[in-house]
Design a protein around this ligand. Sequence first.
Ligand code: KIV
Length: 263
Amino acid sequence: MSTTTRHLAEWKAKGERFTLLTAYDYSLAKLVAEAEVPVILVGDSLGQVMLGYSSTLPVTMDDMVRHTAAVARGAPGCLIVADMPFLSYQVSVEEAIRNAGRLIKAGGAHSVKLEGGEDMAEVIAALVRADIAVMGHVGLTPQAVHQLGGYRTQAVDSAGQEKLLADAQAVEKAGAFAVVLEKVPATVAAQVTKTLRIPTIGCGAGPYCDGQVLVTHDILGLFGDYKPSFVKQYAQLGKAAVDAMAAFRQEVKNGVFPEKEGK
Ligand code: KIV
């Protein structure tokens, strides 16, 4: 059975917690689907994880379409959410619709995610009117890293908490089907989760959100440049990969591989 945006609302109604993981390519998307994670986010974090940039800002629409299409081929039963990259939706509503449309038509995504609250409500509403399902993203919004002065925790004082709630409510009112709360205190995320009708998805926002999202390369120990404080590593695949490659190098050097029979 394929996951749809309606499932997230049903899970919230039933109090059933759910998960999202990122994927950027066919092979990893297949593994995420095999692990029965129902929703895949093709995050613009691919800028750091796949392309080696120091932020998400250089990621282009072409990057997102290409990676989204690969993920969609690998996980046909998952709900695929594709991030709209920096400046693909901020310039005008028309450009936002055209770019979101590319992620759906050429990328095979089922929905798009964009960052921003009250300031992006008009764009979200226009996308929803164009029948494009939208996931919001408030709190720490990495595309605004220079405006925010770094990747610090948001909504730490009462003004910030009021803003977070107002942003999340604006996203809901504009028609988004869910909203990511990134790097905000757990108690604040709990209050937003209680107030909203749409599901909240926490990313460094504590245990009281309806769903949780993390970067797959982080939880598998595959990305070593940095590790956000809220990430739990469930495996050390980076180390396993290095060990395997070193074993191959050593066996070739020692004449152990390939075997004489030509396997
Ligand atoms: O780009 C991304 O991977 C994200 C999540 C971590 C929320 O936006």
